[in-house]
Design a protein around this ligand. Structure first.
Ligand code: AMP
Length: 431
């Protein structure tokens, strides 16, 4: 019997996984610079959590949830997004609320039963940040600035920020009715899904990608024309803040996003080279969600970035190439294998040493290869140096594999380690 990776999922293998590590490190560093702290929530939650927040009539809840019953008959769902779990955790854990606004982030896999295509998976990874406890437009600006900082830190400079406002509980219902009236008049020209959306969620029609719907959508009234005075002022203030930070944006009154909890500001960042799936990520305000979950009035805003998409947009050039080990210890005769393994261990040093730079990456054969085969292997895995055991009368023989030349013999383990570390510092660019 042959097993295959489930449809819409993939293995991330060595060679590629280094790019993920790099992205994760960069992102964590950017989050720390802005004072955001990580929360790790479970992969699954009560189904109701997503139905209530993402929205019953959204595609995610209607068609894309991975829902199952556990042995006690509880309905659980693999998380399709990270905001609802984080808000749940925020309400459940007082320490998270100790500081207001709270600045939090998450990073991890999400699950949606979508039709797989380039850049779209059933298990995909998101990085997300949330700022809970501020209704100020400066919070919106900080979010978009942080999003941009992450992208720019991984080398993605040419991006487009799309900005819109969806209004609040005062003006959104008015807009929803206006657009329902409008689309009703053109119902014959709408696709099947949009006909359904007309009843359940008319705003989502604006997001329809079916070509025949496009001309109808183009003529629809703009949400920005129906904002109430407070929402309009908030939107203007966000734009002023962005301008103050030198962040260019385009107002896109058709931007609605696929989750129901958004209020006021919504945004997306697009990058070139991603084809149809060109949104690296997006987010928006969700001023009612904490309250809807039974918490106190807590206006909030967040975003999420698709990690596969981001890596696709970044390409290979920005990512440092994977490195081989610093050293391969070569056992010149079968009886020297134990000595080789012991030397490898002592050369590695301790990762817990205050400076991890004092640790060397050392590999040693455990497959019973001949000395010759060990040398071939050392060069295949791009080891910087080979060190030979047993030690000769003048010490350890060392070979620079990259330059193909023998180095001075090193009398003791300590001399060898110091020499290798010193040379490596010369070779490596300073960190
Ligand atoms: P959303 O949570 O739908 O706002 O999506 C935020 C970002 O997550 C998108 O812009 C994509 O980059 C990424 N994303 C969403 N769905 C998928 C998917 N099925 N596969 C890969 N990335 C996705």
């Amino acid at each position: 019997m042959k097993f295959q990776v489930p449809r819409g999922t993939r293995d991330i293998l060595p060679g590629e996984v280094e790019r993920w590590h790099w992205l994760e490190e960069r992102t964590r560093a950017a989050m720390a610079l802005y004072g955001y702290r990580e929360v790790r929530t479970p992969i699954f939650e009560a189904t109701e959590l997503f139905v209530r927040s993402v929205g019953e009539s959204t595609d995610i809840v209607r068609k894309e949830l991975y829902t199952f019953q556990d042995r006690k008959g509880r309905s659980l769902t693999l998380r399709p997004e990270g905001t609802a779990p984080l808000v749940r955790a925020y309400l459940e854990n007082p320490p998270l609320r100790a500081e207001s606004p709270a600045r939090l982030y998450y990073m991890g896999p999400m699950f949606r039963y979508e039709r797989p295509q380039a850049g779209r998976y059933r298990q995909f990874w998101q990085i997300g940040a949330e700022l809970l406890g501020s209704a100020q437009p400066e919070a919106d600006a900080e979010m978009i600035d942080l999003f941009r900082a992450i992208l720019s830190d991984v080398g993605l400079k040419s991006v487009t920020v799309l900005l819109n406002s969806l209004g609040d509980s005062v003006c959104r219902p008015r807009y929803r009715e206006a657009i329902r009236e409008y689309f009703k008049k053109h119902v014959d020209r709408l696709c099947g899904d949009c006909k359904e959306r007309l009843e359940t969620n008319p705003l989502r029609i604006l997001d329809c990608k079916v070509p025949s719907c496009a001309p109808v959508i183009a003529g629809a009234p703009s949400v920005l024309d129906s904002l109430c005075a407070e929402c309009a002022e908030h939107f203007e203030a966000v734009k002023r803040s962005l301008a103050g930070l030198g962040i260019a944006y385009e107002v896109d009154p058709r931007l609605v996003r696929g989750l129901d909890y958004y209020t006021r500001t919504v945004f997306e960042i697009h990058a070139a080279g991603l084809g149809a799936q060109n949104a690296v990520g997006g987010g928006g305000r969700y001023d009612q969600l904490v309250k809807d979950f039974g918490g106190p009035e807590t206006p909030a805003i967040g975003f999420s970035i698709g990690m596969e998409r981001l890596l696709l947009a970044v390409g290979d050039s920005a990512v440092p190439p994977p490195q081989g080990p610093d050293v391969c210890v070569i056992a010149l005769e079968p009886g020297a294998q134990v000595e080789a393994q012991a030397l490898a261990r002592s050369l590695r040093g301790q990762l817990t040493e205050p400076e991890t730079r004092r640790a060397l990456r050392v590999m040693v054969d455990v497959a019973g290869r001949s000395a010759n085969a060990q040398m071939k292997w050392a060069s295949k895995i791009a080891a910087r140096w080979a060190v030979f055991v047993p030690k000769g009368p003048e010490g350890y023989a060392v070979r620079d594999m990259a330059a193909g030349k023998d180095e001075a013999k090193q009398p003791s383990d300590e001399d060898l380690r110091r020499w290798l570390l010193g040379r490596r510092d010369l070779v490596e660019s300073p960190r």
